[in-house]
Design a protein around this ligand. Structure first.
Ligand SMILES: [Cu+2]
Length: 149
């Protein structure tokens, strides 16, 4: 059927496919003692690019870690969270912005993760104003360098 009607129907169908919102994704982040490549106490991956509506699951692959919000690196109005040690916890991304995550016991060793959600980042300024100390500083710079790539 090569009628005008057929082509119009095909065009409508295509429009419907492109208009449907991309389905929400679940990102998985492992909490590790080592990545086997000389890095110790880390979230893997440490940098996550997400969309609003996605979820990020923190998995206690190794023991002795937790995942919790870094309040100084968190979108305004987004709910902060605090996982217990060895607890698997899921963060639902409900607002665009930059989210900093830390492991409480290993934060001084640089165990942090960075989530970027959406194209507009309302709390982008916090990326510069937030200054972790010690080893975390170096890791943070590595993660920050991936924003916008
Ligand atoms: Cu840890």
């Amino acid at each position: 059927m090569t009628s005008r009607f057929g082509r119009a129907a095909a065009a409508l169908l295509l429009a419907a496919v492109f208009a449907s919102p991309a389905s929400a994704e679940e990102h998985e982040v492992k909490m590790l003692n080592t990545n086997g490549k000389g890095k110790f106490m880390l979230f893997e991956p440490g940098f996550i690019k997400a969309k609003v509506g996605d979820t990020v699951k923190f998995i206690p692959t190794a023991k002795g870690h937790n995942a919790e919000a870094i309040p100084k690196l968190w979108p305004e109005g987004a709910e902060e969270f605090k996982g217990k040690l060895n607890e698997e916890i899921v963060l639902k991304i409900e607002k665009p912005g930059v989210y900093g995550i830390k492991c409480m016991p290993h934060y001084p060793m640089g165990m942090i993760a960075l989530i970027v959600a959406g194209d507009e980042l309302p709390n982008k300024d916090q990326l510069e104003s937030y200054k972790p100390a010690g080893t975390a500083q170096k890791r943070y710079e590595e993660l920050k360098a991936q924003v916008g790539q």
